[in-house]
Design a protein around this ligand. Structure first.
Ligand SMILES: [Zn+2]
Length: 468
């Protein structure tokens, strides 16, 4: 039985899909004005694991993740500059070109991390009519009002406001961060549609103003409704730093519109620290997925991410990534050994049943990948200790293939074999050096370099290395 942690109830609950055998998931995607950072990578790998495990468990999954291409303003504010617009001015290119560049970048990153593509990646600029209809309906139902060309959601009309983040309206009101906008009936009301100032680039005609643009939050409500049906869906995913106000406002809008819950389960992943410090653009430790990929392979990064539970903070550091690299190599060596397993006259039986059970038990317990991985490493250790025959080796390989549908690691050979030509040059050079013929030995080193290898002369002898 699968149990998952529901951020709404703050406890683990038995997973019951709305429709037998099917699961509908919506995930808040990135705002495409910059390269995705490690926090995105962590979150989307977490959701990928959840999706893969549901598919592994026999569910048919419909998975939607948006690319926010309008309405997300600097500092998550309601007035000011759109993040994409700001970037387009800085780079002197059209806003939609910025969007294309960073969607492409995100796709490359997702592929490097082996994240399965969503069934659909909606963009808000393609859902303007749906958003307008959604807002019209909220006005009709008495949850929203128009003022001076903008439309606001009336928080007072939605008594459950704050149920996800645990923030109570009265506490929020006394908080210092509430901005004063004379058009709002209540300072906590938030914008659904914003009348555009003249200089605003991304704007559309609406029933309320000649030129305006959607608020950031309405986008996810309108798109999830359009793509998952005007009904409750199963799982909503997002980063816990966006629980308030973004997810909270999504809930208010969708539940006012539907008259029932937006999603049954809210899955919020935790953040990434860099060298034990909070990651941030102003803090100088901002790390994109592409920065990390310059140092480590996508598989190492993926293994590092899934080595922690998605609800704990993970730390990006040289130590933790090298640990992941070593673990990945350990898996690769083990697989290599199983594939090249020689027949032994004496073979010990490995009982795979407990390993099978432990994997399922770990994953059924809120997708506990660190426990599932430690179960794998126990199996690796047992296999390495015992002599096994071909049949045993194949059974273990099959088990790995099965689990890896969920882990999603692409394990290649640890080290490519050195080409024969390079080995010959290496041997010739060793003889030249033994004869103190340094001119020939230098010439041979150059030839070795051309093949992408280098020789290091150490007191213990010469070592051949692949140039990285
Ligand atoms: Zn969202």
């Amino acid at each position: 039985m699968l149990r998952l942690y529901n951020a709404l109830s703050r406890q683990k609950e038995e997973f019951k899909p709305l429709e037998t055998g099917k699961v509908k998931i919506y995930v808040c995607g990135p705002t495409v004005y910059d390269h995705c950072h490690l926090g995105h990578g962590r979150g989307y790998v977490a959701m990928d694991i959840i999706r893969r495990y549901l598919e592994y468990s026999g569910y048919e999954v419909r998975f939607i993740m948006n690319y926010t291409d309008v309405g997300h303003l600097v500092d998550n504010a309601e007035v000011g500059e759109d993040k994409i617009q700001l970037k387009s001015k800085r780079e002197k290119v059209d806003p939609m070109e910025i969007v294309e560049i960073y969607i492409q970048s995100a796709k490359e990153d997702f592929q490097a991390l082996n994240i399965k593509p969503a069934n659909f990646f909606p963009r808000p600029t393609q859902y303007i009519p749906q958003m307008i209809r959604f807002i019209e309906s909220l006005i009709e139902k008495g949850f929203a009002y128009e003022k001076n060309g903008s439309v606001y959601f009336s928080v007072e009309k939605f008594p459950k406001y704050g149920k996800l983040s645990g923030k109570k309206p009265e506490e929020l009101l006394s908080g210092a961060r509430v901005e004063v906008n004379p058009d709002k009936k209540n300072p906590l009301d938030f914008a659904l549609w914003i009348k555009a100032p003249k200089e605003h680039l991304l704007k559309w005609k609406s029933p309320w103003s000649e030129e305006g643009y959607p608020g950031w939050h309405i986008e996810c409500s309108a798109m999830s409704c359009d793509l998952l049906g005007e009904d409750t869906f199963d799982i909503h995913g997002g980063g816990n730093e966006n629980a308030f106000p973004h997810n909270e406002n999504e809930i208010a809008q969708s539940e006012a519109f539907l008259g029932k819950p937006m999603a049954n389960y809210w899955t919020l992943w935790n953040m990434v620290n860099v060298d034990n410090k909070k990651m941030g653009k102003s803090l100088g430790n901002f790390t994109t997925i592409k920065d990390a990929l310059e140092q480590y392979s996508g598989n190492v990064i993926r293994l590092w991410i899934i080595s922690a539970h998605y609800r704990s903070v993970i730390n990006y550091s040289e130590k933790s990534l090298i640990q992941a690299e070593n673990n990945l190599n350990k898996i690769a060596t083990w697989l290599e050994g199983l594939k090249n397993n020689r027949k032994t006259t004496f073979s010990e039986k490995i009982n795979l049943a407990p390993y099978r059970e432990n994997f399922k038990k770990a994953m059924d317990d809120d997708f506990n990948t660190p426990i599932a991985l430690s179960n794998l490493f126990e199996l690796i250790n047992e296999t390495n200790r015992k002599p096994i025959n071909q049949t045993e080796a194949q059974a273990i390989l099959n088990l790995w293939e099965d689990w890896n549908k969920v882990f999603g690691l692409v394990i290649e050979k640890k080290e490519e074999p050195v080409p024969l030509e390079v080995t010959e040059l290496f041997n010739e050079r060793r003889i030249a050096r033994d004869n103190k013929d340094y001119i020939t030995s230098d010439r041979l080193r150059e030839l070795i370099n051309r093949h992408g290898y280098d020789v290091e002369d150490t007191p213990e002898g010469q070592i051949l290395r692949k140039i990285k």
